[in-house]
Design a protein around this ligand. Structure first.
Ligand SMILES: NC(=O)c1ccc[n+]([C@@H]2O[C@H](COP(=O)([O-])OP(=O)(O)OC[C@H]3O[C@@H](n4cnc5c(N)ncnc54)[C@H](OP(=O)(O)O)[C@@H]3O)[C@@H](O)[C@H]2O)c1
Length: 287
C-alpha cells in the first residue's frame, strides 16, 4: 500500500512539534518537516510533492501549513495553490498557531447550547487570527456578530477583511474603551467568546455573571488571568450565571479530534483545501 506522506511547511525556525505529533497520531506514515519556509521556497517543495506520484496515488501525499505567524501561513498556502497545474495537485490544510481548529471547536461548542442563527454573539479581542475566524464562522451560521477590540480602527479593519474574504455581512466592529460599553454590548448577547491575547483579562467575573441573556461563555485564553473572570481552563459546559462556560482546555478535546480528522481527510482525495470553513464543517460533523 502506498505510504501516506505529510509535508509540514512552517515559517518558524523549528517546525511545530505539536503539529508533528498530531500528524503522526493521525496515521501519517512519513512526516517531512520543513522550517523557516518562505514563499520563495514553496514551488520546488510543492512540485516535489506533485510530480513523484501519479494518478490515484497523489492523494497519499498532502501538505500541512503551520507556524506561529498566521499571515505568513496564508501566503504560503496561496503560493502552494499557485504552484499546482490543474488536476495535478495534492490536498492541503492550514492550521497555523491552531487558529482554525481552535476557532472551529469554540463555535461548535457554542452551538451545543444555543442555535447560532439570529443569536447575538460577542467576540471579545476579536482582531487576532483566532478571533477573526471565530467571528467568520459564527456569521456563517447566521449569528449577529459583534467583534471587539481596544481600537475602533483595528475592529473595523478586521471586520472589513473578514467580509471581503468570506462574504459574511453581519459582523459589527466595536471598540471597548470603558466598562459601560462592554456591559452594554454583553447585555443582550447569547454567546460570548473571548479571543484576547494570552494572559489578558477582557471581562471580570462580576460582570459576566450578571448577563441574564447569556447562554454560553467561552474563554480561549489558557494563561492566567482568565480572559473571562471565573472561567477555569478545564471548564466544559460548567454552569456560569444564566448559562454555561468553557475554558481553553474545555474546548481542547474537540479541537484535537477536529485536527486529527482534518489530517485524515486530506488523504481521501488529492484536491482538498482545508481552511477555516472546511475545518469548521469537520468539527460540526464530530459535534
Ligand atoms: N486552546 C488552544 O488550543 C488555543 C490555540 C490557539 C490560540 N489560543 C488562545 O486563543 C487566544 C487568541 O489567540 P490569537 O492568536 O488570536 O491571539 P492574539 O493575536 O495574541 O491576540 C488577540 C487580540 O487580543 C488583543 N489584546 C492583546 N493584548 C491585550 C491586552 N493586554 N488587553 C486586552 N486585549 C489585548 C489584541 O486586540 P486589540 O489590540 O485589537 O485590542 C489582539 O489582536 C489566545 O489567548 C491564545 O492563547 C488557544
Amino acid at each position: 500500500m502506498t505510504k501516506r506522506i505529510l509535508i509540514q511547511l512552517d515559517s518558524d525556525s523549528q517546525p511545530s512539534s505539536f503539529d508533528s505529533v498530531v500528524a503522526i497520531d493521525s496515521g501519517v506514515d512519513h512526516l517531512l518537516r520543513y522550517g523557516q519556509v518562505q514563499v520563495s521556497a514553496v514551488v520546488p517543495l510543492v512540485h516535489g510533492a506533485m510530480f513523484t506520484r501519479g494518478g490515484d496515488d497523489l492523494r497519499n501525499t498532502a501538505i500541512f501549513v503551520g507556524g506561529s505567524n498566521v499571515d505568513v501561513a496564508e501566503e504560503l498556502l496561496t503560493a502552494c495553490r499557485d504552484a499546482f497545474f490543474g488536476p495535478v495537485r495534492v490536498s492541503m490544510m492550514l492550521d497555523a498557531n491552531g487558529c482554525n481548529t481552535t476557532a472551529a471547536a469554540a463555535v461548535v461548542a457554542a452551538g451545543r447550547h444555543v442555535p447560532l442563527g439570529d443569536t447575538k454573539a460577542v467576540v471579545l479581542g476579536g482582531t487576532g487570527p483566532v478571533g477573526r475566524r471565530v467571528a467568520q464562522l459564527l456569521a456563517t451560521d447566521g449569528a449577529k456578530v459583534v467583534l471587539t477590540s481596544r481600537s475602533h480602527e483595528r475592529a473595523s479593519q478586521a471586520c472589513h477583511e473578514i467580509v471581503e474574504k468570506s462574504g459574511q455581512a453581519s459582523i459589527q466592529p466595536l471598540a471597548v474603551e470603558d466598562q459601560e460599553t462592554l456591559e452594554s454590548s454583553l447585555s443582550d448577547a447569547g454567546i460570548v467568546i473571548a479571543c484576547g491575547a494570552a494572559g489578558a483579562q477582557l471581562v471580570d467575573q462580576q460582570t459576566i455573571q450578571k448577563m441574564s441573556q447569556l447562554k454560553v461563555a467561552i474563554d480561549l485564553n489558557a494563561v492566567p488571568p482568565a480572559g473571562i473572570g471565573g472561567i477555569n481552563v478545564t471548564d466544559k459546559a460548567k454552569p456560569l450565571g444564566a448559562g454555561v462556560a468553557y475554558g481553553a482546555i474545555g474546548v481542547g478535546g474537540l479541537k484535537m479530534k477536529t485536527h486529527k480528522a482534518a489530517i485524515q481527510s486530506l488523504f481521501e482525495s488529492n484536491d482538498r483545501v482545508l481552511n477555516a470553513e472546511e475545518i469548521y464543517a469537520i468539527a460540526k460533523a464530530i459535534g
